[in-house]
Design a protein around this ligand. Structure first.
Ligand code: PLP
Length: 433
């Protein structure tokens, strides 16, 4: 294998580290858990990333979820260009926001009212506030290994970024902020029931990633999400589905449609912005009517519903609505990736486990099944590190952490998937478990 030339990335990394913590603006980009120099990306198109040294990578991150059509699809690019002519931000209402809300409601009818924000973190923070405002209760239940953004109350056993850095929680979060955050075990309804038995009238909501995609990828077992719904109903708590990753990815109507579970509130991000910074939360009308200015739950944002972001997201969503074959294609390619990896692992006694659903996949470096956070943590991160660097040097850009999902876009083709599988085969034949 030829050594990849990364002098420009190295120089940029040195400069970046002087001025930004870890040289980055979001921790996992720093390659902290895998070591080495993060690649500085100059541009991206379709299924490829191009770094500052001119290296090309097949991209399996997709900006951590938004780029389901690949990078810079022409239709989104054109829509954004047109919007730029009309101004970047007005701080006043636009038709675009109405169109976005109507489209989301049309696709996911249980989102009866919604509010646009700027990130998934904000969406979750605001949805939890609405749930607390509506129920008059303070406690919330989340699941170990699920990530819901970095709002103080959510930084409890919070998945990939935190797992990777080995930080159990985060410093700087006052105990008071997490005192009402209870943790349950993913795929374990008894653990949820026990919390409700302990605090039958104090829990405002349960928030869950319907597919846990921040501890690798953990698929909910049959009846798990339905069971949470029942428990919430029984105790008068709300169910929040955090669809920041799964929304409009698992299928057009996301996990709500896929698993047939109706939440009280739902949070979105990523895909609905088409690569621009966007989040949204919404759900039952009677809950959302509590949000300011209608009601007493305060929440606001200078750039919320930003017209450029709305235009990008709306264009991508409309395309997805008009082209259901996108979901077949990303599902087919990901299935090919997963079954190819499974075959390689079997042949080379690779001692790994492949999880996934739709266009979300994970290769865990543990031979045991992974159905919750405890299982995920058994993965051998040192072996992942070797694999990651081998694959990166061959031009495959995976998330630089064992606990990130592999994202496949509609711009990928069998050619890239098969190349990646060929590289994985070479790795495992040289490094079997
Ligand atoms: N919720 C989930 C399920 C996520 O995966 C993420 C981010 O990855 C968030 C919330 C936070 O979103 P953001 O990074 O846009 O703040």
């Amino acid at each position: 294998m030829e050594q990849m030339h990364i002098a420009h990335s190295e120089a940029l990394y040195d400069r970046a580290k002087e001025l930004m913590p870890g040289g980055v603006n979001s921790p996992v980009r720093a390659f902290q858990s895998v070591g080495g120099t993060p690649r500085f990306i100059q541009r991206a198109k379709d299924q490829y990333l191009y770094d500052e040294d001119g290296n090309v990578y097949i991209d399996y991150i997709g900006s951590w979820g938004p780029m389901i059509l690949g990078h810079n699809p022409d239709i989104v690019l054109e829509a954004v260009r047109n919007q730029l002519e009309n101004g970047l931000s007005y701080g006043a209402a636009t038709a675009l926001e109405v169109e976005m809300a109507e489209l989301i409601h049309q696709i996911v009818p249980c989102v009866e009212m919604m509010r646009m924000v700027n990130s998934g973190t904000e969406a979750v923070m605001s949805a939890v506030r609405a749930a607390r405002g509506f129920t008059g209760r303070d406690k919330i239940v989340k699941f170990e290994g699920c990530y819901h953004g970095h709002a103080d109350a959510m930084l409890v056993k919070a998945g990939s970024g935190v797992m990777t850095a080995g930080i159990p929680d985060s410093s700087g979060v006052p105990k008071g902020c997490t005192a009402d955050t209870l943790s349950a075990v993913y795929n374990d309804l008894d653990s949820v029931e026990q919390l409700f038995q302990q605090y039958p009238e104090e829990i405002a909501c349960v928030i869950v990633e319907p597919v846990a995609a921040n501890m690798g990828v953990v698929v909910p077992e049959k009846g798990f999400l339905q069971g949470i719904r029942q428990i919430c109903d029984q105790y008068g708590a709300l169910l929040i589905l955090d669809e920041v990753i799964t929304g409009f990815r698992l299928q057009l109507d996301g996990a709500v449609g896929h698993f047939g579970v109706t939440p009280d509130l739902v949070t979105y991000g990523k895909i609905i912005g088409g690569g621009m910074p966007v989040g949204a939360y919404g759900g039952r009308r009677e809950i959302m009517q509590l949000v300011a200015p209608l009601g007493s739950v305060y929440q606001a944002g200078t750039l919320s519903g930003n017209p450029v972001a709305m235009r990008a997201g709306l264009t991508q969503l409309r395309y997805l609505q008009a082209h259901p074959e996108v979901y077949h294609q990303v599902g087919f390619l990901s299935h090919r990736l997963r079954s190819g990896l499974e075959d390689i692992i079997r042949r080379h006694h690779g001692n790994c486990t492949v999880n996934g659903i739709g266009s979300l996949s994970c290769l865990y470096f543990t031979p045991e099944p992974v159905r919750n956070y405890t299982d995920a943590k058994k993965a051998d991160t040192a072996r992942f590190r070797e694999y990651f660097h081998f694959m990166l040097d061959e031009g495959n850009y995976f998330g630089p952490s064992q606990f990130e999902a592999i994202f496949v876009s509609n711009a990928h083709t069998l050619r890239e998937i098969d190349k990646t599988l060929g590289d994985a085969d070479a790795f495992f034949s040289a490094h079997s478990g």
